[in-house]
Every structure is written in structure tokens, then in C-alpha cells.
Design a protein. Structure first.
Lengths: 115, 112
């Protein structure tokens, strides 16, 4: 069966510090990968998605970037965090045949607090 | 601009009752409407989904009703149980696009 791992689960970072959240998927090959952000009391917002190694699409302009160095690894980064970057970040995947992203499976999420 | 409006923000239902959560959308290019269930501290999980060519889809105690002309869809939870207590998100996806647009969520509490 497929599993998705995301870490760290929680982190508190000062403004201006860098960020790296990592996500890996097991049990499948060439998954579609996603990074979502959930601000407090709000719905989820798609930040990035990737259909393959080195292929990253950004949905919204922001202070963040994403990379996919390996088939099942997806990394969310920032060089300098802003207070507004605080939120719940979720990595997700969908099967390689699901190009439309109909069936998305989410990870456990990472709570980021920028202070 | 909020493209998917969800209501109510919170809902309290007695055990055995019916929970109803509503969503409305504006973009007629949406062609896929999933509902997600999220427990505290966890990522959302796909609960049930519908396409606009059907008016209703039922899976166990969960039913989606879809009104294409009104651009509205709703989630009904029959015989609500305390274990159903969670936050529910409706979502919609534009034809040909990958991103899901989520509603703001409804926090459901089912009292025993």
C-alpha cells in the first residue's frame, strides 16, 4: 500500500530564517505531488504541484519554492520566512494515471509558526 | 475572491440526527466536486465526490446532492455519530485544471 510521510510535524521559525519541509511517498512510482497550505480557519490552497522529477508548477506567487529532486520526494523551501507564511502545510499525492488530480491523498501535515 | 462558499462555519448535531453542509460555486467550468473530512491534527481525507452529470451520490451514510442550475451542492450525513465529529471541506476543480478550490470548512460536532 502507498504511504506518504511528511516532516517535521511542527516547527517554530523566526522571521527571515530559511525553511525546508520534506515529503516522501512510498509504494508507488511517478506520483503527482502537491503542496497545500491551510491557514487558520480557512480552506486549503494549492501552492505547487509536480508531475515528474524537476517539473514544478506554481499556483500562486509567494515567498516559497518547491523542488522534486527524486521521483517520490517533494521539498518545500523558503530562503526568508515571513510572518504570513505561518500555517498548516500539507503534502499530497495522486496516482500517476490520475492526471486530473481527482483522487488526492494528504499527508499528516506540518504546523509552521513564524515568530 | 472566494470561488467556493461553504456554510455553516460550525454545526452541532445530536447523535442520530442529519448533518447538512452546503456549498455554492460561481465558476461554471468546475466539473468535479469532492468532499474531504479532516480530524484534528491530521491531513484531509477524501470522503465522497460527484460530477455534475448526476444529481445525487450516496456512499453509506454520506450523500452528496448536486443542483447544477443553482450551482450548489451539499453533503448530508445520515444517522450522525460522535465519530463523525471533524471538519468537512467541500472543493471544486475546474475542467482541465489540476488545482482544487476548497471551501472554508465546516466544523461538525456530533453530541452523544
Amino acid at each position: 500500500s502507498q504511504t506518504i510521510h511528511q516532516w517535521p510535524a511542527t516547527l517554530v521559525q523566526p522571521v527571515g530564517s530559511p525553511l525546508s519541509l520534506e515529503c516522501t511517498v512510498e509504494g508507488t512510482s511517478n506520483p503527482n505531488l502537491y503542496w497545500y497550505r491551510q491557514a487558520a480557519g480557512r480552506g486549503l490552497q494549492l501552492l505547487f504541484y509536480s508531475v515528474g522529477i524537476g517539473q514544478i508548477s506554481s499556483e500562486v506567487p509567494q515567498n516559497l519554492s518547491a523542488s522534486r529532486p527524486q521521483d517520490r520526494q517533494f521539498i518545500l523551501s523558503s530562503k526568508k520566512l515571513l510572518l504570513s507564511d505561518s500555517g498548516f502545510y500539507l503534502c499530497a499525492w495522486s496516482p500517476p494515471g490520475d492526471r486530473a488530480g481527482n483522487t488526492i491523498y494528504f499527508g499528516e501535515g506540518s504546523w509552521l509558526t513564524v515568530v | 475572491q472566494q470561488q467556493v462558499k461553504q456554510s455553516p462555519q460550525s454545526l452541532i448535531v445530536q447523535k442520530g440526527g442529519i448533518s447538512i453542509i452546503n456549498c455554492a460555486y460561481e465558476n461554471t467550468a468546475f466539473d468535479y466536486f469532492p468532499w474531504y473530512q479532516q480530524f484534528p491534527g491530521k491531513g484531509p481525507a477524501l470522503l465522497i465526490a460527484i460530477r455534475p452529470d448526476v444529481s445525487e451520490k450516496k456512499e453509506g451514510r454520506f450523500t452528496i446532492s448536486f443542483n447544477k442550475s443553482a450551482k450548489q451542492f451539499s453533503l448530508h450525513i445520515m444517522d450522525s455519530q460522535p465519530g463523525d465529529s471533524a471538519t468537512y471541506f467541500c472543493a471544486a476543480r475546474r475542467r482541465g485544471r489540476r488545482a482544487l478550490t476548497f471551501g472554508s470548512g465546516t466544523r461538525l460536532q456530533v453530541q452523544p
